[in-house]
Write a protein that binds this ligand. Structure first.
Ligand SMILES: *Cc1c(COP(=O)(O)O)cnc(C)c1O
Length: 410
């Protein structure tokens, strides 16, 4: 089945009871069973069945199966937000005295979460670049996880997934890749050797900005068999390459309970049907807007990986033949001009989000990164005169016209 068809039909063939073509929303906390023995068998893992919606729910499961199919993973778990997906995934693997390596260009919320893990005696090493050389010299015996983004938000640095996966395999470290900005339409990190893929489904997967959610996709890995992965023994023995998702489900997800609701799963299932159509337009509009801004006299610098002057151009060409996402950052010379530009816009909305069908803009330094130090901001590629634009799927001329009329006034 081709990707576009999987988005619509993957792992679902209609409701056998009613013939409903959309996945029904099962708003039920619990599921009753005929005999005590039946429930015992489900708890013991001898039978499949639903028990309680914190553990499994049919609507949520349909969304998880759809995502696993389109991402090319073994299995998936849907969570209450992108942040909880990241937290549950890394905490399934990390224990006190372990180390996680990440990059500076990542989403601010993730950056802050990792800093807070230090309170639990998990050390965090933030690198500016994740190339083979840096990884080889920075991975130590304590390193269990390397976490990064396909395209960093907001730095827009591009990960060479294959190169990172190669070193992580040599060193037996779990590579987790947040693919929120790219989605499986543009790249499937599992195909390049990533062990786990994360999405904030709040963004492009849902596409309509009407439900906060996240998802963790397990690509399946034999690495957990190594003794250094404390607590995995019983899972690798019983579940083989499904060890990670099995442990995630029966420990972290169940303990913390930050799982996706049936309603948000339903909205995700509807949203993902149009992912390919939307991403195509997002990317086409982004290329046009980046080109327009790049030649505009009032714009000091534009960062978009598919601009020929981008330092990521060659790597973007390798991984992102279909487009390098739809986030652009640009600098306007001063904070005042950046604010002025935002205030003059009519169509483009000033708000803290990305991946909506609508074009959005934000001043990261005073909002998402307000709590970070100046040094951290610079590491993240955030400057006082920088704005981040999430290019939507409106008619492109309307986006260009709005940007143009606003730039004229600054
Ligand atoms: C938004 C975002 C997150 C966090 O997702 P929420 O659903 O807002 O919790 C994580 N990673 C990236 C790259 C994001 O853009």
């Amino acid at each position: 089945m081709e990707f576009q068809t999987k988005l619509i039909h993957g792992n679902w063939s209609g409701d056998s009871q009613t013939g409903a073509t959309n996945v029904p929303i099962y708003y039920s906390n619990a599921f009753k069973h005929g005999t005590a023995k039946e429930l015992e068998d489900i708890f013991a893992g001898r039978e499949l069945g639903y028990v309680y919606s914190r553990i499994a729910n049919p609507t949520v499961e349909a969304f998880e199966k759809r995502i696993a199919a389109v991402e090319g993973g073994l299995s998936a778990l849907a969570t209450s937000s992108g942040m909880s997906a990241i937290y549950l995934a890394v905490m399934t693997i990390l224990k006190p005295n372990d180390e996680i390596i990440s990059t500076s260009g990542i989403f601010g919320g993730t950056y802050n979460l990792f800093k807070h893990l230090e309170d639990y005696h998990i050390s965090v090493k933030i690198l500016d670049k994740l190339d083979e050389e840096a990884l080889r010299s920075e991975i130590t015996d304590k390193t269990k996880v390397v976490f990064t983004e396909t395209i960093g938000n907001p730095k827009l640095d591009i990960l060479d997934i294959e190169a990172a996966a190669k070193v992580c395999t040599e060193k037996n470290v779990i590579l987790i890749v947040d693919s929120t900005l790219t989605t499986p339409y543009l790249v499937k990190p599992v195909d390049y050797g990533a062990d786990i893929v994360i999405h904030s489904t709040s963004k492009y997967l849902n596409g309509n900005s009407n439900a906060i959610g996240g998802v963790i996709i397990d690509g399946g890995s034999k690495k957990y068999g190594d003794d250094k992965f404390t607590g995995f023994k019983q899972y690798t023995k019983r579940f083989g390459k499904f060890a990670f998702i099995a442990r995630l489900r029966s420990e972290m997800a169940r303990d913390i309970g930050a799982i996706m609701s049936p309603m948000n799963s339903f909205l995700g299932l509807i949203g993902i049907e149009t992912l390919a159509l939307r991403m195509k337009t997002h990317c086409e509009n982004a290329v046009k807007l980046a080109g327009f801004l790049d030649t505009h006299a009032k714009v000091t610098a534009v960062n978009y990986p598919l601009l020929k002057n981008s330092i990521y151009y060659n790597i973007a060409k390798k991984y992102y033949a279909k487009g390098a996402g739809a986030i652009i950052t640009c600098r306007l010379g001063s904070k005042e001009k950046a604010f002025n530009f935002i205030d003059q816009l009519r169509l483009i909305s000033n708000l803290v989000n990305i991946g909506d069908s609508k074009t959005l803009i934000v001043h990261p330094a005073s909002t998402i990164c307000a709590d970070n130090t100046l040094e951290e901001k610079i590491q993240m590629g955030v400057y006082e005169d920088l704005v981040r634009i999430s290019v939507g799927i409106e008619e492109c001329n309307d986006i260009l016209e709005d940007a143009d009329q606003a730039l004229r006034k600054i």
